[in-house]
Design a protein around this ligand. Structure first.
Ligand code: BGC
Length: 755
């Protein structure tokens, strides 16, 4: 399709019109030129194709579809291949339904456990979020269906989401809030990007040229179109200039007319509008040219895939005395309404109208299960009668499994949680059941961390997150050992909300949300602070055991332009087959900037039969060692030693090795009379210049031994004097040298240093 020639035949009004939606879910058509409309749809863990009664908050029904596990769950799989398969299935259903773009994945960082949309987001860790997003995008786009990675950027709270400004420093943006987008864009070229509602440092994402053009297109090479989140446009003309191509859904023509007026009055270059139209039409036609409506959509097969994915995601948090897996021969109590009606997805725009669901009770048909409802989700209560029945069921069983978690109203798009507690009635129920049966297991259906006041009274906890429509089937498979759990926590579970680094300022004051904890988000903070956690990032047990050993590095010294291979041996030392996740963390042993103790820079999921061993290798490059340097506005590796750690979690490191990395970059530095000696002496170049002068300088303001009283000599040791000198600025030569001062000396030194 010759899109440029099409654009040359469009009127200005038509072009402006193409830059906003025809309705809630369609781009506009221009029939006289054969430009078709194309349909987009939420996502991201299935289709939410709405035909008639449209809305974007999941209020009205959409077509019957398959609900896969939400991102909070799929991130726990640490399984790229699985995410890719899920993406392929979603892509196939889009082809079948003629949907050109899935609105997702959503990759915002879980800064606080309170964000209402955490269930839809992957992780507190940008590397993990980026890898998972890239895998899902790869799968969906392999079917010639687009994705819209969202919400770009820093949409880590729902509170005042359409007006609030996320005020974040440059380094934190680059190290924490951008990389998931950056990785996905550089590796997978999502067809579209959705900008977020919020402002970033005062400027709306939808009209932020630095964000949408300089960084996204200029630095990362994004080639698709940017669309607004639904209703995220404030100043449309500023948006077009900034690189916001498509406004969604539309403004009833109001903003289109503004674009026309701006062009006519010379405030907006028509070429900029042409460019936006070109980007949109490229994608519209890319889909049209690869449309395959004959693609079958086998929902039953996808239901089974959803079960497989869900089982791969479940995280076994605790398993004392090997109470799990359960035996099919034993009498088991299933307690709690979620056993019958599981919570498996969150509320809002990602809400999917499932063609069917499988509860744990249904999936366990034929087994010796006694069920007690335990609590009512709708009434948020557990009556005495319910508790009594639950206790009775628990007493009669070998093992009591309580199905608990968060009801819909507790977490949703549109608002944040105000606390991290589960409903009181469920906590009470768990305590009562645990008191009646020492073998109590808790299964959790929730989209974000909860406090577990009963953790000491129960034997096992299985975190199933929001596992999609087949979650019951997956839960039963894991509980009874048909699937060996292999999920790992994609976020830290603090003991209490107040432990979270954003606790003091989360949500912000009015429309200002300051991200004051900076780069210290999640385990980056907890590990530095040595905070005791309920469960750490990366944690997850298995029915077998794994050993990591024999960590080898390809080199012991590299430059930041070279790569390093780390290889580790993984052995299944237990009695059954299973998968585990090998996690690789990197830590800078000594740094002049604040850095986390360790950061995830690689992971791999491996399957091993009992007794089997495999070597797993990781390639590390400059980015694995770098931090964002705000002087050069670029990634920088400080020369020195780095720790390479292989762990079962961020708190369970099994092997460690060290590598020396040498920087090839020079950080430009100009000294002046306020530069202090410590900085000068650290710089090898400055050190050489200063060396011959240093003795003289010391003499100037340190009296000679003969001149000093004995007492003074004792009071100020050489070491102390050096320690004091290091914070002095160059200009202090003059202040302290008295009549020995040489006024020209500073100039001479600076000239030599800055040459
Ligand atoms: C959400 C997006 C969603 C859009 C369309 C917005 O409210 O923030 O994630 O894709 O609605 O439903």
């Amino acid at each position: 399709m010759d899109i440029k020639s099409l654009i040359s035949q469009l009127t200005l009004e038509e072009k402006a019109g193409l830059c906003s939606g025809a309705d809630f879910w369609h781009t506009k058509a221009v029939e006289r030129l054969g430009i078709p409309a194309s349909m987009v749809s939420d996502g991201p863990h299935g289709l939410r194709k709405q035909d008639e009664q449209v809305d974007h908050l999941g209020v009205n029904d959409s077509i019957k579809a398959v609900c896969f596990p939400a991102a909070s769950a799929t991130a726990a799989s640490f399984d790229r291949e699985m995410l890719c398969r899920m993406g392929e299935a979603i892509g196939d259903s889009c082809q079948h339904e003629k949907l050109s773009v899935v609105l997702g994945p959503a990759v915002n960082i879980k800064r606080s456990p309170l964000c209402g949309r955490n269930f839809e987001y992957f992780s507190e860790d940008p590397y993990l979020a980026g890898q998972m997003a890239a895998a899902l995008i790869h799968g969906i786009q392999s079917r010639n269906v687009g994705t819209s990675i969202k919400h770009f950027a820093v949409n880590s709270q729902e509170h005042r989401r359409m007006s609030s400004s996320a005020d974040v420093d440059e380094r934190t943006l680059r190290e924490i809030y951008f990389p998931a987008f950056e990785t996905a864009v550089k590796q997978e070229q999502p067809w579209t990007v959705m900008c977020s509602y919020n402002r970033i440092n005062g400027v709306f994402a939808s009209e932020n040229p630095w964000l949408l053009t300089e960084v996204l297109r200029g630095e990362w090479g994004f080639e698709g179109y940017v669309m607004s989140d639904w209703g995220a446009v404030s100043d449309r003309v500023a948006g077009v200039k900034a690189g916001l191509d498509l406004e969604m859904p539309a403004s009833g023509g109001f903003n289109d007319r503004k674009i026309v007026e701006a062009v006519r009055s010379g405030k907006l270059d028509e070429a900029v509008v042409d460019q936006a139209v070109e980007r949109i039409l490229n994608i519209v036609f890319r889909f049209v040219e690869h449309a395959k409506p004959e693609t079958p959509w086998d929902k039953e097969a996808q239901h089974l895939l959803a079960a497989e994915v869900a089982a791969d995601c479940m995280v076994l948090l605790k398993n004392e005395d090997g109470v799990l897996p359960l035996s099919r021969e034993d009498e088991i109590a299933f307690i709690g309404e979620f056993a019958e009606k599981p919570r498996f997805q969150g509320g809002g725009s990602s809400h999917i109208n499932c063609f069917k669901t499988t509860s744990a009770l249904e999936a366990a048909k034929g087994l010796k299960i006694r069920y007690a409802r335990g609590y009512s989700v709708a009434d948020d209560c557990a009556t005495d009668e319910m508790i009594r029945e639950a206790v009775e069921a628990a007493r009669s069983a070998k093992v009591a499994v309580v199905f608990a978690g968060l009801p819909d109203v507790y977490e949703s798009e549109g608002y944040d949680r105000t606390h991290m507690r589960m409903p009181d009635c469920q906590n009470r129920l768990i305590e009562a059941v645990a008191a009646a049966n020492p073998n109590t297991v808790v299964v959790l259906y929730n989209g974000s961390p909860v406090e577990m006041p009963w953790i000491g009274s129960v034997k096992a906890v299985l975190e199933a997150y929001l596992g999609g429509q087949a979650v019951g089937l997956a839960t039963v498979r894991v509980l009874f050992g048909e699937v060996n759990p292999s999920g790992k926590l994609p976020e830290s579970f603090p003991k209490k909300l107040a432990d979270n680094p954003s606790y003091l300022f989360y949500g912000g004051e009015g429309d200002t949300a300051e991200y004051r904890e900076g780069i210290f988000v999640g385990y980056r903070y907890y590990d530095r602070k040595e905070t005791e956690l309920l469960f750490p990032f990366g944690h997850g047990l298995s029915y077998t055991s794994f050993e990591f050993s024999d960590l080898r590095l390809s080199r012991d010294r590299i430059t930041d332009q070279e790569s390093l291979t780390a290889t580790v041996r993984v052995t299944n030392t237990g009695k059954c087959a299973g998968k585990t996740v090998v996690q690789l963390y990197v830590g800078d042993c000594e740094s002049s900037v604040f850095r986390p103790v360790r950061e995830l820079k690689g992971f791999d999921k491996v399957f091993l039969e009992p007794g089997e061993s495999k070597d797993v290798s990781f390639t590390l490059d400059k980015r694995s060692f770098a931090y964002w340097n705000t002087k050069i506005h670029d990634w920088h590796v400080e020369s020195g030693e780095f720790r390479i750690e292989i762990g079962h979690s961020s708190r369970d490191i099994a092997c460690c090795a060290a590598v020396q990395v040498d920087s090839t970059a020079e950080i430009p530095c100009r000294y002046d009379m306020n530069s202090i000696f410590m900085d000068l002496m650290r710089d090898p170049r400055a050190n050489t210049v200063l060396k011959p002068l240093l003795d003289g300088i010391r003499e100037m303001f340190m009296p000679s031994d003969e001149e000093q009283s004995e007492a003074a000599q004792e009071a100020i040791s050489n070491e102390m004097s050096l320690a004091m000198v290091k914070y002095m600025p160059l200009r202090s030569i003059l202040s302290f040298a008295g009549d020995k001062a040489d006024p020209g000396l500073i100039d001479k030194i600076l000239k030599a240093l800055n040459e």
